[in-house]
Design a protein around this ligand. Structure first.
Ligand SMILES: C[S@@+](CC[C@H](N)C(=O)[O-])C[C@H]1O[C@@H](n2cnc3c(N)ncnc32)[C@H](O)[C@@H]1O
Length: 390
């Protein structure tokens, strides 16, 4: 009983303690540098929601301060007392040995680390030159103190608390700065997120291989994960569908997808349901064709196409434009048909042979062998035509 109570307590609390690996940060940042070696030159970079004494974000940017040509690096952390889980049981040796150490502030306040000049006098600006202090407050990114730091910065980089993704993104957008942050690919469909992607105010970064990311987590939280998700030996969890979200340019974003024509797809596609078929299916409720795989997008189809959300990882704005997505509210004014409650009930009965309601308005609908079928979440795109090329 006690064990169960503890477990549900842990589950009801939002665990945001996932720590990013150095190699993942390095790989992502390198993609921006390859595109423009001066991406970070002369810039003030803020790393909020960090943990500067442990974080690889702080280590990476401090160690590469000179190579990136940074003007200033600021890193802030969230107070131990405000966290739902604590990775480290107490202050680090570094903090305890500092003349600034304060045992009350150590728990209740966030910290700020700043790197701007060569303090050690060794001729290089790096990790050893970081200066720190307690923040006035717990370091919540929404606090006045951290908002002020955001407003002073040029670029904001972090892996924010997963449970506050929407709020964190809104905070970034409000600041109007360049940013680079980790999130879950599923966030693409959020009402607050998709319009930014559609309007090219934000896009996916270079990314994790296949969306697979491994984060370090506090030991005590291992039991929250299903078998196979937590690797006890490495102290890491495996998350699928992870992505970097950004408004900074990188090369992959401008690399068009290599695609076959519609006729060639019907002849040669590696997908059984496309190869040999008579054509792509049309939705009943959108003037668009259903394209179930990104690599099966026909290069020469001039109309609207419904594609999987993972397409965004390959999206090149010079090749396609994003028209909207299939969703309930017709926010993008693309629906050609809205189903009545009775039609949703009838569709459910036809599909499952019992009473219920099939929410046809939530997605694209195909009629297959006389039955209405909802398809998976789709983004609606169109090939850029010479006349509507941006
Ligand atoms: C996903 S972790 C990432 C940590 C670090 N940036 C990294 O990737 O290694 C998010 C961090 O944000 C902190 N956090 C949670 N809520 C916060 C808030 N409201 N304001 C600032 N930080 C917060 C968590 O305690 C956690 O350490």
């Amino acid at each position: 009983m006690a064990k169960n109570t503890k477990l549900s307590e842990a589950k009801s609390k939002k665990n945001d303690e996932f720590y990013t690996q150095y190699a993942d940060i390095e790989k992502e940042v390198n993609a921006y540098l390859e595109y423009d070696p001066d991406t970070f030159r002369g810039k003030t970079v803020l790393l909020p929601c960090d943990d500067p004494e442990w974080s690889n974000f702080t280590i990476f940017f401090a160690q590469n301060f000179a190579r990136l040509g940074l003007k200033k690096l600021i890193s802030t952390s969230y107070a131990p007392a405000s966290k739902n889980f604590n990775w480290h049981s107490g202050p680090t040796e570094f903090e305890q040995e500092s003349p600034l150490f304060d045992c009350v502030k150590s728990k209740a306040c966030g910290k700020i680390f700043v790197l701007e000049k060569d303090i050690t006098g060794d001729g290089i600006i790096n990790h050893d030159d970081l200066e720190w202090n307690y923040l006035d407050g717990d370091g919540d990114f929404r606090s006045e103190v951290v908002c002020k730091l955001r407003d002073e910065s040029d670029i904001i980089v972090t892996n924010p608390p997963f449970s506050l993704f929407r709020e964190f993104l809104a905070w970034l957008v409000q600041g109007g700065k360049k940013f680079l942050m980790i999130g879950n690919m599923n966030a693409i469909t959020y009402k607050e997120v998709f319009p930014l992607l559609k309007d090219n105010q934000m896009w996916l970064g270079n990314g994790f291989a296949g969306g697979n990311a491994y984060f370090m987590v506090p030991e005590g939280t291992a039991r929250e994960y299903a078998t196979g998700v937590y690797d006890a030996e490495r102290g890491m969890v495996h998350f699928r569908n992870c992505a970097w979200f950004t408004n900074m340019e990188h090369g992959k974003r401008h690399r068009p997808l290599e695609l076959m024509s519609l006729q060639d797809n019907l002849k040669f596609s590696r997908h059984k349901d496309i190869k040999g078929s008579t054509g792509y299916r049309k939705y009943d409720n959108y003037d668009a064709i259903e394209v179930p795989y990104t690599d099966a997008i026909p290069s020469d189809y001039p109309g609207v196409m419904g594609v999987p959300i993972s397409f965004l990882d390959k999206y090149c704005p010079e090749q396609f434009e994003i028209m909207g997505m299939c969703e309930n509210e017709d926010l993008y004014d693309l629906k050609t048909r809205v189903y009545t409650r009775q039609e949703c009930k009838d569709a459910y009965f036809a599909k499952f042979g019992k009473q219920g309601s099939y929410d046809l308005n939530a997605s694209g609908v195909l009629t297959i062998e006389g039955k209405q079928e909802k398809v998976y979440q789709r983004i609606l795109i169109r090939k850029i035509q010479p006349k509507n090329k941006k």
